[in-house]
Write a protein that binds this ligand. Sequence first.
Ligand code: NAD
Length: 414
Amino acid sequence: MIDDSLAKKAKKQLYKAALEIKLDHNLLKILEKPRRTLKVSIPIKLDNGKIKVFNGFRCQYNDAKGPTKGGVRYHPYVSEDEVVALAAWMTWKCALLDLPYGGAKGGIICTPTKLSEGELERLTRRYTAEIMPILGPHIDIPAPDVYTTSKTMAWIMDTFSMFKGYTEPRIVTGKPEILGGSKGRKEATGRGVAIIAREFFKAKKKSLKGTKIAVQGFGNVGGHAALFLSQMGAKIVAVSDVSGCLVNPQGLDVPGLIECVEKHACVIKHPGKRIERDELLYQDADVLIPAALENQIHRKNSHKIKAKIIIEGANGPTTPEADEILEEKGVYVIPDILANAGGVVVSHLEWVQALSGLYWDEEKVNAELEKKMVKAFKEVWEVAKKKKIGLRCVAYVVAIEKIAEVYRYRGIFP
Ligand code: NAD
């Protein structure tokens, strides 16, 4: 199913944009490589008394613009290749959104659903201890990603603080609110996806009202995106998660689905017509929001997609080969580094609040998020109007030009 390694895919996207802007060849040599990737073994005691050694990674791809920022993922498919690609995408995303950050990503190869709460806590704490040499509130700041939560962040924060001998809330974002987690962080990525959809429709002089949307991956990002878009008048006609897919051409009850997922951890317990999980991608919808995992839209299935607009909630859901097929079909693909940037925007706001010792209300956080997302969309759209290239390449062009500008001032050490 997968067309290429993820890191190769990330490089291909970078090369395309570099060619477009005739990026200095020497700078490309720097940007095509991660600054550093730490590989760690994580031994923990399981509940049955046995020791199991897990493998984990933390990649800090590029820190030209500031400390690196990126999530930590717990999943059986985590690999060095995946972590490097995700860290590269974080780098471009932070640059595109004008955040004073570079990009990072971490992960542990594990099946979190098969580990007890105690095992997950020990895994998180030992992983934190292993990557401590390269962590710090001005070095690298983790956040949640797939199968990690605010609780995971609390364990990272506590472990880091215990090593330092003082409480350090600036070390992670996506924390529980009682520890300084920002209002609006949980909803931020989905809210950002909805804002970008709204801006795109506005730019195309179309209405979101009655627009049919299919959402793959009804988790944090997909669930919130569906909720905000339905509040804007769109019709959510299909949703899926690992358990399966539900469809209703008249529009699904999104708050009901969210309640169902909170209660049963899957969408299929909700009443409605069930179809094969992966059929979601080919539903009769105007907009498709892939919000599960990477490589879901690839060379073999992209021609079957009916939606004319794809808004990437997940990171890397579309392979470069699929991108080309979709471009030929005239499908707009609003890329991950723009569409799902809401999470890191509010993570930045959380970090700023921790640095300043202030705590903002949700209105202020959402207003800042709105401003940042709209500005980034407009920047991309302005360039898109001039250049006859896909929106992904446009977003990369905007992001990479910003990083190139930083290097022009900073130079290369020594
Ligand atoms: P999540 O674990 O809350 O949700 C993921 C959802 O995808 C789950 O409902 C899961 O059941 C579903 N899923 C997994 N495989 C699937 C498949 N093959 N078909 C259909 N559904 C499937 O994770 P999340 O935080 O919502 O993250 C989803 C994606 O968004 C990831 O790519 C992540 O890197 C990206 N992302 C997340 C954030 C954030 O703030 N959470 C920010 C930016 C990007």
